[in-house]
Unconditional design. Structure first.
Length: 136
């Protein structure tokens, strides 16, 4: 194992690591470095990736995310239009039901007039024995 002093970075200008790490294979270092460079998998004898490459990758990711958000907003507007159409159909159905109820009320009034029969010429059941007929 190399000493800790051999693993130090030599930073220049924008915080770019210029040292080659001599470290065992498949070991992940969690380093407190400026910018997007945080965790890398260090392979024995390889130079660490440049900061500029990581910055370009992050910029492309942010652009893709913004495009997806705009598409979602358009879909929400279409759903609101569909809800308004359904409300208009319900109002038309209610008006038809009111007209049917009015027709039924008129029929009931006619039936009541037919049921009323006159009592002319009929004897009173209480005074059935009397020879005199009932007066109309």
């Amino acid at each position: 194992m190399p000493s800790l002093t051999a693993l130090l970075f030599a930073f220049h200008g924008g915080g770019r690591p210029e040292a080659i790490l001599l470290w065992p294979q498949n070991l992940v270092l969690s380093l407190r470095l400026p910018g997007a460079l945080r965790k890398f998998q260090v392979v024995h004898g390889e130079r660490i990736l440049d900061l500029q490459k990581n910055k370009n990758k992050n910029k492309n990711k942010n652009k893709k995310k913004k495009k997806k958000k705009k598409k979602k907003k358009k879909k929400k507007k279409k759903k609101k239009k569909k809800k308004k159409k359904k409300k208009k159909k319900k109002k038309k159905k209610k008006k038809k039901k009111k007209k049917k109820k009015k027709k039924k009320k008129k029929k009931k009034k006619k039936k009541k007039k037919k049921k009323r029969a006159s009592l002319c010429g009929k004897l009173n059941p209480a005074v059935d024995e009397a020879p005199e007929p009932s007066i109309c």
